[in-house]
Design a protein around this ligand. Structure first.
Ligand code: UD1
Ligand code: CA
Length: 478
């Protein structure tokens, strides 16, 4: 049951059909990521948190299949419908497409309010959504959100009767006179309308402006000329309402969102040595009591457990870091798992599907690929291990290489497996030519190139014997 006439439901229209030409991206603008997530998802997440069951119409056009597919994959709780705007004739035309659809007709029939916003507002806050979904005061046909900006360039300017008087109209940057361009109060593409007013208003829009488009902003003039009541709110937190039209504005919004993310982690117990030069994407999870040094980039579904330390200039993408692990400076890791109490780096490279067990150590200039390392194992310096399975309590000396590719195709596989079982000791400067297994407790002498399996507890020496010629050095020197 709708509660009363003065308290209608609010439904939502999101404008996402535009080309986003100024972004110069192959992606539709609303899918361009800000801090690792398409900008449209940020607004949808805020809407979901405040009005989880609201009806939402997303107006799609340019690359609509991509937008629909990506939004659907997120499984938002909101009741999302898509309305097509086949030709992009402006924001007013986009809303007209929504209001003349079944979706819009239902909004009118139910006497709903309709919150309209553009899809390029990644910094929208929950407070703002709450404000726009509040029931209207009696007689109000539209609630208009504005902000006062130091640099209003590009935004529609709010023209008032007098300095503190009512709003008469919004004039777009491209249509504004030199005097109007001096106005610092701007429209934000954020409004709520009475459905009936909106439906009839968009029908009467004209495109006699510099861009030959139907401007949604012209509804303000329609309301004011008809002496309908406009509730104008100036939004103080200008960061919440930044539109993103080009890569410069994208970076500005990214910086703001990033600092919001870092602030939240810091208040939850993460210690950032510096607040200003780490990047943390939105899906990253960090437990309390973690220290993060400058220049760190945490991306994707990275999860860091309590007590871990992430050194300077470390990049982690979809990496799970265990409790008390120490990931040292300059390490780059992707799609990998770093176990509890593990030490990695400085300057280690963990390529996808690397898993390092508890208490192990992967030292400087070590590269792992598709390699699992057991517990209490050490690969301390200058090594490459690919397609390898290494057990626990293994010690691998400096400069070891698993030769996993020698041009042969065995059972359809070009890359071959190396197995190094528990308690194996590999001396420095060794290679193993895969497929090969070093069995439990075996020992490989320094400088060996191992081409055959080494049995358990055996010693393999695969190098030429030393020849020492007494006095020969003197002869060489002449
Ligand atoms: C718009 C407003 C401007 C305001 C600014 C705030 C108009 C005419 N101008 O300008 O007053 O200051 O937002 O950020 O409304 N879209 C469609 N179909 C179209 C055209 C656009 O769906 O035919 C969508 C776009 O995908 C975008 C949104 O509408 O998400 C806004 O369009 P955009 O071109 O970014 O408008 P601005 O120039 O920023
Ligand atoms: Ca915009």
């Amino acid at each position: 049951m709708s509660s009363s006439k003065s308290n209608p439901k609010t439904s939502i229209i999101i404008l996402a059909a535009g080309l986003g030409k100024r972004m110069h991206s192959s992606l539709p603008k609303v899918l361009v990521p800000v801090c690792g997530r398409p900008m449209l998802f940020n607004s949808l997440t805020q809407l979901e948190s405040v009005v989880p069951n609201a009806r939402v119409a997303i107006v799609v056009g340019h690359q609509k299949e991509k937008v629909i597919e990506q939004v659907n994959a997120q499984k938002f709780k909101l009741q999302i419908d898509y309305v097509e705007q086949a030709e992009q004739k402006g924001t007013g035309h986009a809303v007209k497409c929504a209001m003349s659809s079944e979706w819009g007709k239902r909004a009118v029939a139910n006497k709903e309010n309709v919150f309209v916003l553009s899809g390029d507002l990644p910094l929208l806050s929950a407070e703002l959504v709450k404000e726009m979904c509040e029931p209207f005061k009696r007689g109000v046909v539209l609630k208009l959100l504005t902000a006062v900006l130091k640099d209003p360039f590009g935004y529609g300017r709010i023209v008032r009767k007098s300095k503190k008087g009512g709003v008469i109209r919004i004039v777009e940057e491209k249509d504004a006179s030199a005097r109007e361009k001096l106005i610092q109060e701007v429209g934000l593409s954020i409004y709520t309308f009475q459905a009936q007013f909106l439906a009839s208003g968009v029908e009467s829009l004209k495109s006699n402006n510099s861009q030959k488009e139907y401007y949604l902003t012209d509804l303000i003039q329609i309301a004011s000329s008809k002496k309908r009541l406009i509730d104008t709110r100036i939004w103080e937190n200008v960061d919440d309402v930044r539109g993103v039209n080009n890569p410069y504005e994208l970076s500005q919004s990214g910086d703001i969102l990033n600092s919001r993310i870092i602030r939240e982690h810091a208040l939850n117990g993460v210690r950032f040595v510096s607040l200003s030069n780490c990047r943390v994407e939105q899906k990253v999870k960090i437990a309390s009591d973690v220290s993060i040094y400058p220049g760190v980039i945490l991306e994707g579904n990275t999860v860091i457990a309590s007590g871990a330390t992430i050194g300077t200039n470390v990049v982690l993408k979809n990496v799970k870091v265990g409790a008390y692990a120490d990931v040292k400076a300059g390490t780059y890791a992707e799609d990998s798992v770093i176990g509890e109490n593990v030490k990695v780096g400085p300057y280690a490279h963990l390529r996808p599907e690397s898993v390092i067990g508890k208490n192990s150590k992967i030292g400087n200039f070590v590269e792992l690929k598709k390699t699992t390392i057991g517990e209490d194992t050490s690969v301390a310096h200058l090594s490459y291990l690919g397609d390898a399975e290494v057990g626990s309590h293994v010690n691998i000396g400096c400069g070891f290489v698993t030769c996993n590719f020698d041009g042969r195709v065995i059972d359809g596989q070009r890359k071959h497996k190396t197995k190094i079982e528990d308690h194996v000791f590999v001396g420095s400067d060794c290679q193993t030519v895969a497929p090969v297994t070093l069995k439990k407790g075996s020992y490989v002498a320094s400088g060996s190139t191992v081409t055959e399996d080494v049995p358990s507890d055996a010693l393999a020496i695969a190098r030429s014997r030393q020849v020492t010629k007494i006095g020969y050095a003197k002869k060489l020197k002449g």
